[in-house]
Design a binder for this molecule. Structure first.
Ligand SMILES: C[S@@+](CC[C@H](N)C(=O)[O-])C[C@H]1O[C@@H](n2cnc3c(N)ncnc32)[C@H](O)[C@@H]1O
Length: 219
């Protein structure tokens, strides 16, 4: 069960939100830029993304960062999001695929078959138990030289971002659907230190909205 909403509720919210999800760009873009800077996508050959939404990050990576030989596989719970992402990635159809899932955090991919596993603003809508399940699965999917690449809402660092995080948490408690089921979370604190080595971690706070950027290697 996700934090605050059932899987069916999350699916309904994102089916409804659709393309409007890209309006969150004003606070997501700096974190996604930082992720692209620190995750060496130019050396990736097989990317797997969970909760790709409209496929915006996938399109940016395929166009600007990934080698032409790299493949991109993505899944999303929302049929609307899958449709939008498939249309957006149509020109990369020979190496990019987007599939609808039922929200399960076990994926039909071979162990060690990915060198980047990406989750952007997805783990922050899962319960801590589900985040642990996802991290276990990401560990299984990643090749030894691969990287886990995460961005998401997190705790604030200065006064304005602490206030925003606290208001966000309050709104999530009262009306989780209004914030897409997402709330501030620190994924770094959940990573098992004997399973992961953090190679980059920062918090960016555009417009006072705090986002965690995390790149970690499996041990
Ligand atoms: C806040 S949106 C983020 C979308 C995109 N990654 C971005 O950065 O704009 C969360 C996305 O995760 C998807 N999602 C939520 N729970 C999921 C699950 N258990 N499995 C796959 N996708 C999920 C939602 O349908 C939605 O598209």
């Amino acid at each position: 069960m996700p934090a605050g909403l059932s899987v069916a509720d999350v699916e309904a919210v994102y089916d409804r939100v659709g393309r409007v999800q890209d309006a969150h760009r004003f606070y997501e873009a700096p974190a996604l830029r930082a992720l692209r800077t620190h995750a060496a996508f130019h050396r990736a050959e097989a990317v797997f993304e969970v909760g790709c939404g409209t496929g915006r990050l996938a399109a940016d990576l395929l166009r600007d960062d990934l080698p032409p030989s790299a493949t991109y596989r993505a899944v999303d719970l929302s049929a609307t999001m899958v449709e939008i992402a498939q249309a957006r990635l149509a020109s990369f159809a020979d190496r990019a695929s987007v599939r609808k899932t039922d929200g399960r955090l076990r994926f039909d991919c071979s162990a060690g078959g990915a060198d980047r596993v990406v989750a952007a603003y997805v783990l922050d809508l899962l319960s801590q138990r589900e985040v642990r399940t996802f991290l276990k699965e990401a560990h299984r999917l990643l090749a030894p030289s691969g990287s886990l690449c995460v961005t998401g809402l997190t705790d604030g660092r200065d006064l304005p971002s602490r206030v925003v995080a606290s208001l966000w948490r309050g709104l999530h408690r009262a009306r989780p659907a209004w914030v897409g089921g997402c709330r501030p979370l620190c994924v770094r604190a959940i990573l098992a230190p004997d399973r992961w080595r953090v190679v980059h971690h920062e918090v960016v706070t555009p417009w006072g909205v705090p986002s965690e950027v995390l790149v970690a290697r499996p041990l």
